[in-house]
Design a protein around this ligand. Structure first.
Ligand code: FE2
Length: 156
């Protein structure tokens, strides 16, 4: 997960350059503006990190938080790409498509990471392949042993 996040952080720097080029291509000057929605999503990620510290579900929960940011970015870059094309700003549309494709790839990478291991850890605890004995004992204790560990998925 760390490698995927580092890669995307580097891409994000390039996206800023792309956005500056987008503004230049339409004869406008780029101005930085704080995005309150992203700030809120990042605060939620910090809250999740504290809440799930030490839990086998922490990586799955953090991936979910990261994917919320990626989906917001996909919506933003996707709309801007469509509008630039509609208005005939070909260069801007291409630059925005590049950013959009990077956001989609980052989201897909997080999905793959979650599916490969972390979602199963969230479901099963640290044991990735619980033995039959473990399954039987947890089924005896609770008919839905994974419900508590996966509750993060329904609370947000
Ligand atoms: Fe992103």
């Amino acid at each position: 997960m760390q490698a995927a996040l580092q890669k995307h952080l580097k891409e994000t720097q390039g996206q800023i350059t792309n956005l500056e080029k987008v503004f230049k291509s339409i004869g406008e000057k780029a101005k930085a503006k704080k995005c309150e929605a992203t700030v809120g999503l990042l605060e939620e990620g910090d809250e999740i990190a504290k809440e799930f510290k030490g839990s086998p579900a922490i990586n799955a929960a953090l991936i979910a938080a990261g994917q919320k940011v990626e989906h917001y970015e996909i919506a933003s870059h996707g709309c801007l790409h469509e509008w630039a094309g509609l208005l005939g700003h070909q260069e801007a549309a291409e630059l925005l498509k590049e950013n959009l494709d990077q956001e989609k790839a980052a989201d897909e990478a997080l999905t793959e990471i979650a599916r490969s291991e972390d979602n199963k850890k969230a479901r099963d605890g640290e044991s990735e392949t619980p033995s039959d004995d473990n399954l039987k004992s947890s089924q005896t204790r609770n008919s839905r042993p994974s419900a508590k560990r996966l509750q993060f998925a329904t609370r947000r």
